[in-house]
Ligand binder design. Structure first.
Ligand SMILES: NC(=O)c1ccc[n+]([C@@H]2O[C@H](COP(=O)([O-])OP(=O)(O)OC[C@H]3O[C@@H](n4cnc5c(N)ncnc54)[C@H](OP(=O)(O)O)[C@@H]3O)[C@@H](O)[C@H]2O)c1
Length: 329
C-alpha cells in the first residue's frame, strides 16, 4: 500500500511509520524543516517536506495514497489560534488535498484523542457516543477536527480513533519520569484515586493498522484502551522498580511548584518543559476512563502487551536497565 503518515516525526507517528515500513508498505512521511527525521530515514520512509499549513506540500504528500494516517497536531500550544490553525485548519487542508490528489483513497484514519470526549466520571467508562465535553483548547480543537472529517464528503472512507494516555519509548511524560528516576527522584503524579485509561504505543499501532485494513472500520469512531483503569502512580512505581533505583519521593505539590518555575525558565529560553502544570492538573483533578469494547467487538482489537511488558520495552529502549551505565537518549 502507498501510505501517507502525517506526524511521523513525532512519538506515535514514528512508531507507526516504522511498523508500516517493516510490514513492506511504501511509507511517505510529511516532515517540517525543523522535524527530527533520523529514525524515519534509517527506517526507510520517504520524506516529503511540508506542513499542514502548506497546501501544495499536502497535495504532493497525499498524491496517489491508498491509506492516510493523520496524526500531526499541536498538543501543547500557548493559544487557541495555534490549535485552530494546525489541528483544525490543517486537517481541512489535508482533506482538501486528498480530494484533489488521492482519488483512490481507501482509508483516512484520523487520530483524535479522549480529550475530544472530555473527562469521565469516577468509575464511569465513557463510550464513543456519550456527550463530548472537552475541557482544553486541545480537546476542543480535536472535536472540531473530528467534525470536519465526518462531514467532509460522503465518499471519504474515514475512521476516527480516540487513544487515551499512550505510553512508549520517546513519549514526553515517560521521558520526564525516566529522567527524574535517573536522578533518583520519584515524582508523585496525581492523586491515588484519580484514574486514567492507558495504552502502550505498540498496541495502538496495531489498532491503527486494523482501522486501515478492516472494512468494518469505515465511518466509525473508536475509543481504544488496554481495558484497565489505573492511577498515574502505577507506571511510575513500575518504572522505578524495573530500574532498580532507590529514589527520593517528590510530592505532587512540590512537583507542581517546580513545573511552574520550569515553565517560566523555559519560556525565557523560548522552549517548553517536558511536563507543565496543565498536564499535572489534568492528571490530578480528573478521571479519564473510556470503554474500549467497541473496537474489540468490531475490529477484533486486543492489546498484545501486558502493562509490565510495555514498560519493560520502554526501559530497554532508554538504555537505563538495572546495572546499565548508559544514559537515556
Ligand atoms: N501521546 C498521547 O498520549 C496521545 C494520546 C491521544 C491522542 N494523541 C494524538 O496522537 C497524535 C500524535 O501524538 P504524539 O504524542 O505522537 O505527538 P508529538 O510527538 O507531539 O508529534 C506531533 C507531530 O505532529 C507534527 N506537527 C505538528 N504541527 C504540525 C504542522 N503544523 N505541520 C506538520 N506537522 C506538524 C510534529 O512535527 P515536528 O516533529 O516537526 O514537531 C510531530 O511529527 C496527535 O494527533 C495527538 O493528538 C496522542
Amino acid at each position: 500500500m502507498k501510505i501517507l503518515v502525517t506526524g511521523a516525526s513525532g512519538f506515535i507517528g514514528g512508531h507507526l511509520a516504522e511498523e508500516l515500513v517493516r510490514r513492506g508498505h511504501e511509507v511517505r512521511a510529511l516532515v517540517r524543516s525543523s522535524s527530527k527525521t533520523g529514525r524515519l530515514e534509517r527506517a526507510g520512509a520517504a520524506l516529503v517536506p511540508g506542513s499542514l499549513e502548506d497546501k501544495a506540500s499536502l497535495a504532493a504528500a497525499a498524491s496517489g495514497a491508498d491509506w492516510i494516517f493523520h496524526l500531526a497536531a499541536v498538543i501543547h500550544a500557548p493559544s487557541w489560534e495555534t490549535h485552530l490553525s494546525a489541528s483544525v485548519e490543517g486537517t481541512r487542508n489535508l482533506l482538501e488535498a486528498c480530494a484533489r490528489t488521492a482519488p483512490g483513497l481507501k482509508r483516512f484514519v484520523f487520530v483524535s484523542s479522549i480529550s475530544a470526549s472530555g473527562p469521565s466520571g469516577r468509575g464511569v467508562l465513557k463510550k464513543e457516543d456519550d456527550p463530548c465535553r472537552p475541557i482544553s483548547d486541545y480537546g476542543r480543537g480535536k472535536l472540531l477536527a473530528e467534525k470536519l472529517v465526518r462531514d467532509f464528503e460522503p465518499k471519504l472512507p474515514w475512521v476516527i480513533l480516540r487513544p487515551p494516555n499512550v505510553l512508549g519509548a520517546r513519549e514526553r511524560e515517560v521521558k520526564f519520569v525516566l529522567s527524574a528516576l535517573r536522578a533518583r527522584v520519584k515524582p508523585v503524579l496525581g492523586r491515588k484515586e484519580a484514574q486514567s485509561s492507558f495504552l502502550m504505543v505498540e498496541d495502538l499501532v496495531e489498532g491503527l493498522i486494523l482501522c486501515a485494513e478492516k472494512p468494518e472500520a469505515v465511518g466509525e469512531i473508536f475509543n481504544i484502551t488496554d481495558g484497565v483503569p489505573r492511577s498515574w502512580r502505577e507506571p511510575v512505581d513500575i518504572l522505578a522498580r524495573l530500574l532498580g533505583r532507590r529514589c527520593l519521593t517528590l510530592p505532587h505539590g512540590l512537583l507542581f511548584a517546580l513545573a511552574g518555575a520550569a515553565e517560566l525558565g523555559f519560556k525565557l529560553a523560548g522552549k517548553r518543559p517536558l511536563v507543565g502544570r496543565g498536564a499535572l492538573r489534568h492528571i490530578r483533578d480528573f478521571y479519564w476512563l473510556y470503554d474500549g469494547s467497541k473496537i474489540e467487538r468490531t475490529l477484533g482489537f486486543k492489546p498484545f502487551l501486558t502493562f509490565e511488558e510495555g514498560l519493560t520495552n520502554i526501559v530497554r529502549e532508554s538504555g537505563l536497565e538495572r546495572g546499565s551505565r548508559t544514559s537515556a537518549k
